[in-house]
Unconditional design. Structure first.
Length: 137
């Protein structure tokens, strides 16, 4: 399967967010263990870096985490086509619309996100980590 991972799932894991880290981490582990291809948006890397640098109070630690993402994930380039699709999208939040367009670009089986409701009107199937775990076990 092709799984496009939303930024919030990565942040939940890297910042150890109490209510979300366990399921987010397990969902990714199951995806990797089952041979799923895991994708991440190239446009989201700067957001992740910003949040990590702020939380870690360290540029080096934030960059180390980014290096790990590069090893683990296939990155999807956000190009002009993605931006134009996002502009025309019925998804309210532009950032989520860009994620949806990038996931469509690779014909993802699912967008894995904690915020399923944010992807109403998505062109893709959307699943939260808890339901993904049930699907892959």
């Amino acid at each position: 399967m092709k799984i496009f991972v939303d930024t919030n799932v990565i942040i939940d894991i890297l910042l150890n967010k109490a209510n979300f880290v366990e399921d987010s981490q397990k969902a990714l582990e199951l995806g990797f263990a089952n041979g799923d291809r895991m994708y991440f948006s190239s446009s989201s890397v700067t957001d992740v870096y910003y949040l990590l640098r702020k939380a870690f109070q360290s540029k080096e630690n934030a960059l180390d985490a980014i290096k790990d993402l590069v090893v683990l994930f296939d990155f999807v380039e956000v190009n002009e086509d993605c931006i134009l699709k996002a502009i025309d999208s019925k998804i309210c939040d532009f950032e989520d619309a860009v994620i949806d367009a990038a996931a469509s670009k690779i014909e993802a089986d699912y967008i894995l996100t904690r915020n399923v409701d944010d992807f109403k009107n998505s062109l893709n199937l959307v699943i939260n980590p808890t339901d993904f775990i049930k699907l892959r076990v």
